[in-house]
Design a protein around this ligand. Structure first.
Ligand code: OAD
Length: 254
């Protein structure tokens, strides 16, 4: 199928769906300048050790290193802007009857791109909590630039970003809502994920087993691309605006 035919076919699937779920990964933010994790040259985990920066063991060993790394990432995310892929997803949402956006990303670029109800499976980098008593922590401006993590005002434990680290449970409510959306959707749109981190990677397969059609957008094929009904090869900032435009045409014709 030619590329334009695939775009049109994706728009048809989305137009005929009553319930759409969308699962995004780091790739959707790549064109905003936020590094992915597993891309060979540019991915964070190709040059940094996730056990050191994204695990309880790493935080216990070097809390200052972990804190400074997350504060640098937070600053980077704050300075970036949503790209056309984020904006196109918000447009697709506006035209859908029911649309659930499930993201593995800890940035807020979907919200800033206009998406409404975003389910953050892996937490958010701009929120903080105590690593010991779990109470939320309101960050003071000078704590952002500190060399060590702030100390919890309640129990004296180290404060950390409210993101999910390796080996940790996902936020229960977010996981339940993601599961429900995947189980109930007619179409799942998967964007910019390598599909290797569980349980997120299980969502498209679960949707498929419940009869949903799967559309995957990624410049490089992933395990999800291989079973997707439609694989749209390309960068989400280029492909998704075309899908949104084709969806507009499909809707106005019907
Ligand atoms: P990965 O870094 O594993 O995968 C990024 C995917 O985006 C790859 O399949 C790329 O081919 C694709 N990609 C790159 N540029 C793109 C573009 N412009 N448009 C569309 N796709 C593009 O990121 P995730 O799958 O999100 O976990 O990784 C999952 C989890 O692993 C992350 O949430 C994080 C990480 O460890 C936690 O922080 C808990």
């Amino acid at each position: 199928m030619a590329d334009t035919d695939r775009i049109a076919a994706a728009a048809e699937l989305l137009a005929s769906a009553e319930r759409i779920a969308c699962l995004t990964g780091a790739g959707v933010s790549a064109e905003s300048g936020v590094a992915t994790f597993r891309d060979a040259q540019t991915g964070l985990w190709s040059r940094l050790d996730p056990r050191q920066l994204a695990s309880q063991e790493g935080f216990a060993a070097e809390p200052g290193l972990v804190w400074r790394w997350y504060m640098a990432r937070l600053e980077q995310v704050t300075e970036t802007a949503p790209n056309p892929g984020h904006v196109a997803l918000a447009e697709i949402e506006k035209r859908a009857d029911v649309f659930s956006l499930i993201t593995q990303n800890v940035d807020d670029l979907h919200e800033r791109g206009g998406s409404r109800a975003v389910i953050h499976l892996h937490g958010t980098i701009a929120r903080f909590r105590c690593n010991v008593c779990l109470r939320p922590h309101q960050l003071e401006p000078d704590e952002r630039t500190a060399d060590e993590p702030p100390i919890c005002r309640h129990c004296g434990g180290n404060v950390r970003p409210a993101v999910v680290w390796f080996g940790e449970m996902l936020p229960e409510d977010a996981l339940r809502r993601a599961w429900d959306a995947a189980a109930a959707c007619d179409v799942m749109l998967v964007v910019g994920t390598s599909g290797v981190v569980y349980p997120a990677a299980r969502l498209p397969d679960m949707a498929r087993q419940n009869g949903a059609r799967i559309i995957d957008v990624n410049p490089d094929p992933s395990p999800i691309s291989r079973y997707a009904d439609l694989y749209l090869r390309g960068a989400s900032g280029e492909v998704l605006p075309q899908v949104a435009a084709a969806l507009n045409t499909t809707r106005s014709e019907s």
